[in-house]
Design a protein around this ligand. Structure first.
Ligand code: AHR
Length: 500
């Protein structure tokens, strides 16, 4: 079949915030230790961070990294992670039943982020702690000096303030698994007061209030409404989290996960706008989708079944071509909501459901999902254009009928580059893409079409075969004499088509 749509610069929908290409480093499993940080590794820099992983993080093109959790943050004493490394306590991390050595803490992470050229997004503990620890951390990070906490940072060797702009007010406080789990009203009050204090320390920071842990939570909708009611003045963003996996062999629904993400975002936007109306506010709450990915969560045994270890191997999912198509498609969904979703974090960055994998003392490599993320981050810039697809439809059990073609286009006003991202969700049939190019100043031609596709949709990259799945150039994609972009998309494939 053929899927048709029109690309027209007049159909501008929003601007891509580079913070949409965020990721997440949690003190969990091997994300930090033997992930980004491994002093004994042959590629380690003078700060103990792995050079090979740093290079891959750069290539991934992530503009923002959230830290230090996740569930971890809800039991974290940030003071354990500062000062001379040899004096730092070994703590029980009860979120992941692990031993936390605290060898990496606030200064190490923020130093790494600065050297990597990524913006940090920090989270404060509103599980076991509260206002005082939160405002002290902002003081430690952002006040130049002359106060107890800022002078301590200087004493610890960091002269210049870290200048962290974006802060999460806790993590997933609606989840019964969360340390300090609470009700929307109680969390909303605490978040508002912690946020007020943090703003008193540094009025320039931006704050993210916790939304639901996912749209299936029994409190979803009502949680958002009550939390926003309490935090509307202090918060700049409301968070969303979602993980997707194939269940019961229902791959058609899995490939259409973007439909669920789309509905979830729309529901949160509606709820936020309801609160705005009730409060007669002119402020339009933005969204931070600060955890999203494919995660084979049904294979996770649960925290209590975990052995008590340092840097255990936790949720090191290996991703397939199908997973890469889904990750690419979820990114497109985020882009289509660029008018309201300003921040998003692929969870997580290394090893723990990460696009990058690394072995202790060994190599690092790109998972299949690395590629759609990196290419989208590099090329989908500027203005997102609204497109309406008409073409073959797939019936799915979980999401009803969905278009076989998932697509989004961006136009960079500076370079004039037009980028078309496309996923064929069909599992057996190729799809013809036909896009009418309208209202563009000059005749556009295709400069590159890269594609992830494989006869085996379960193919993956492993330590033994790290480049089994890579984006490959497609030659026949072109703009016809009639001004139509024509491409062929194999089953379960992801594509980026670039035009100038
Ligand atoms: O990313 C893994 C975990 O998923 C995070 O710690 C938590 O916030 C979410 O439930």
């Amino acid at each position: 079949g053929t899927a048709r749509f029109t690309i027209d610069p007049d159909f501008a929908l929003g601007t891509v915030d580079p913070r949409l290409y965020g990721t997440f480093v949690e003190h969990m499993g091997r994300c930090v230790y033997t992930g980004i940080h491994e002093p004994d590794h042959e590629t380690a820099d003078e700060h103990g961070f792995r050079g090979d992983v740093s290079r891959l993080v750069r290539e991934l093109g992530t503009g923002l990294v959230r830290y230090p959790g996740g569930n971890f943050v809800s039991g974290y004493h940030w003071e354990d992670g500062i000062g001379p490394a040899a004096d730092r306590p070994r703590r029980l991390d009860l979120a992941w039943r692990s031993i936390e050595t605290n060898q990496v803490g606030t200064d190490e992470f923020l130093g790494w982020a600065r050297r990597q050229g990524v913006e940090p997004m920090m989270a404060v503990n509103l599980g076991t702690r509260g206002i005082d620890a939160a405002r002290a951390l902002v003081e430690y990070c952002n006040i130049p000096g002359g106060t107890a906490w800022s002078d301590l940072r200087v004493k610890n060797g960091v002269r210049e303030p870290h200048g962290v702009r974006l802060w999460c007010l806790g993590n997933e406080m609606d989840g019964p698994w969360q340390t300090g789990h609470t009700t929307a009203r109680e969390y909303g009050r605490l978040a508002a007061e912690a946020g007020k204090s943090m703003h008193q320390v540094d009025p320039s920071i931006e704050l993210v209030a916790c939304g639901s842990s996912n749209a299936r939570m029994p409190t979803f909708g009502e949680w958002e409404r009550q939390v926003l009611h309490e935090t509307y003045d202090e918060a700049d963003y409301l968070s969303l989290h979602a993980y997707y996996e194939e269940t019961g062999g229902d791959r058609a629904s899995f490939l259409a996960s973007g439909a669920q993400m789309d509905a979830y975002i729309s529901d949160v936007v509606s709820t936020a706008d309801h609160v705005r109306a009730v409060r007669r506010s002119t402020k339009r709450m933005k969204l931070s989708f600060d955890e999203w990915n494919v995660w084979y969560q049904s294979r996770f045994p649960g925290e209590r079944a975990l052995p008590l270890e340092e840097r255990p191997r936790l949720i090191e999912d290996t991703y397939s071509v199908t997973d890469a198509a889904v990750v690419g498609s979820l990114l497109m969904t985020l882009l289509r909501h660029a008018d309201r979703v300003a921040v998003a974090c692929l969870a997580q960055l290394v090893n723990v459901i990460g696009p990058i994998r690394s072995e202790p003392g060994g190599p690092s490599w790109r998972q299949t999902t690395f590629h759609p993320f990196a290419l989208t981050a590099r090329h989908a810039r500027g203005t997102v254009l609204r497109t309406e697809v008409s073409g073959p439809v797939i019936e799915t059990e979980k999401h009803g009928p969905v278009q076989a073609l998932d697509t989004v286009s961006t136009l960079d006003p500076e370079s004039g580059e037009l980028t078309v991202l496309a996923v064929n969700r069909h599992q057996e049939q190729s799809l013809r893409l036909s896009a009418a190019l309208r209202g563009l100043s000059a005749p556009y031609r295709v400069t590159e079409h890269l594609q992830i596709a494989d006869p085996d949709p379960d193919a993956a990259n492993t330590e033994a075969e790290p480049d089994r799945v890579v984006p490959r150039p497609v030659r026949d994609t072109a703009v016809s004499a009639e001004g139509e972009l024509e491409a062929v998309l194999p089953p379960v494939s992801w594509s980026v088509i670039r035009l100038t």
